[in-house]
Write a protein that binds this ligand. Structure first.
Ligand SMILES: C[S@@+](CC[C@H](N)C(=O)[O-])C[C@H]1O[C@@H](n2cnc3c(N)ncnc32)[C@H](O)[C@@H]1O
Length: 133
């Protein structure tokens, strides 16, 4: 399915028959200009909808090669530690750098943007959250 997550995520997920166990947001468009930030995919209504629908134990994986975008996404999910834990607090074998970014992609599959960014020598900033049980 292809859809604008800002418009259709809640509708799609609420009619999904199985438990929602994984949401990935992978190198979303950065929309650098301040007046275009409203086009960024990670916004409060989407975060609220993910949290509302995510099954206990379900995970949210975020990554971006743009630090500003990664921080923006991270700040929005870090503000929900009542509902979410970061994966490194659950599994000490998952390692982070000093700033709390995952050292490896735990998905085991790289996206096109990720491959391109790493080929160019860029860092990819990653966070993985799990809904508290
Ligand atoms: C830079 S591309 C990255 C593509 C792929 N995820 C990767 O990492 O190679 C950004 C992607 O975000 C998608 N995207 C941006 N805003 C979106 C939205 N509101 N809903 C769904 N997808 C969106 C675009 O369609 C595009 O495929």
């Amino acid at each position: 399915m292809f859809a604008n997550a800002l418009v259709s995520f809640e509708q799609m997920v609420s009619s999904y028959p199985g438990p929602l166990m994984l949401v990935t947001i992978l190198c979303p468009d950065p929309h650098f200009k301040k007046r275009h930030h409203k086009r960024r995919v990670v916004q409060k209504p989407l975060v609220d909808s993910i949290l509302k629908n995510l099954h206990p134990g379900g995970q949210v994986f975020l990554q971006s090669d743009v630090l500003e975008v990664a921080l923006d996404m991270r700040n929005q999910f870090d503000s929900h530690f009542d509902v979410l834990e970061h994966i490194t607090d659950i599994d000490p074998s998952v390692l982070c750098d000093n700033e709390g970014w995952l050292l490896i992609n735990p998905m085991g599959v790289r996206t096109e943007r990720e491959i391109h960014a790493e080929f160019e020598g860029a860092k990819v900033y990653r966070r993985m959250y799990q809904r508290r049980i």
